[in-house]
Design a binder for this molecule. Structure first.
Ligand code: HPA
Length: 260
């Protein structure tokens, strides 16, 4: 029988609707008290490690970032035994080191989203809960992803503050300048509330970002879907490689005490 405490979850974002390389054992439509998740849960093995995969925007890709049911997604994965979770996110690069097709493993978040259902702690509660969120990404999981990218020669930036915007439109150049002054290095629409919800359930969560464009005003041209698709095509193989070679180590984290 599978030890579900070591199951690793992967939430695939834009460009990662399915996970090739996953040896699929089955798929399940599930429900949660918060509604249905974005897609069925795909259960299988990646490099021998039990994995549950969920497509954040549905399969086919149809749910925009501001309409994703983040609570249902996180709860469904938690109920499937996931305690270590990798969120794969397409992002725009603000920092000059973060050009198209670069992988990013950020360490911090600033949340600019609004109006999203962003906590499990609401309604008829017995007490008020404030989780610690000082370090939104699990440091041990970050180290594993950074080690994998280094060992396999995948171009990456192992730092950065993720600015989570509401979308679905991209930002203005002035908004990006403001985010840069705030300290943001990358920008995306799906990093929050996903990370906070995972923290509320006590899961280890890590972001594996892929830069698909330079953020608004950071290049000499406007952002086009053609450019984004080309960067996904170029960079997603590196993301897949990192996932594959990290799985066993991420699975083993479940048996270690959580320090961050
Ligand atoms: N901004 C916000 N989200 C994104 C971007 C961007 O430039 N690129 C990919 N996701």
């Amino acid at each position: 029988m599978t030890d579900t405490s070591s199951v690793v979850g992967i939430i695939g974002g834009t460009g990662l609707t399915t996970l090739s390389g996953l040896e699929v054992k089955g798929s399940r439509e599930v429900d949660t008290p918060w509604g249905a998740p974005s897609s069925e849960l795909i259960e299988g093995h990646l490099d021998g490690q039990p994995v549950v995969f969920l497509s954040r925007h549905g399969n086919p890709h149809r749910i925009p970032p501001h309409e994703v049911n983040y609570r249902a997604n996180i709860k469904a994965l938690y109920d499937a035994g996931v305690r270590t979770l990798v969120g794969v996110n397409a992002v725009g690069g603000i920092h000059s080191d973060m050009g198209p097709a670069c992988v990013v493993i950020p360490e911090q978040i600033i949340d600019y989203t609004w109006g999203r259902a962003s906590t499990f702690f609401e309604g008829d509660l017995e007490s008020v809960t404030h989780i610690d969120f000082t370090w939104p990404y699990d440091q041990s999981a970050r180290d594993i992803l950074i080690g994998a990218a280094t060992a396999h020669g995948v171009p990456f930036a192992g730092f950065g503050v993720y600015g989570a915007t509401q979308g679905p439109r991209l930002e203005t150049a002035a908004e990006i300048r403001r985010m840069e002054r705030d300290g943001c290095d990358l920008v995306g629409m799906t990093g929050m509330p996903e990370a906070a919800l995972a923290a509320e359930l006590g899961m280890r969560y890590v972001c594996l970002g892929l830069v698909v464009n330079r953020a608004a005003g950071k290049s000499d041209h406007i952002i086009t879907m053609t450019e984004i698709e080309a960067a996904i095509e170029q960079g997603m193989s590196g993301v897949r490689r990192i996932l594959e070679v990290s799985m066993a180590d991420l699975g083993a984290l479940a048996s270690l005490p959580q320090s961050s």
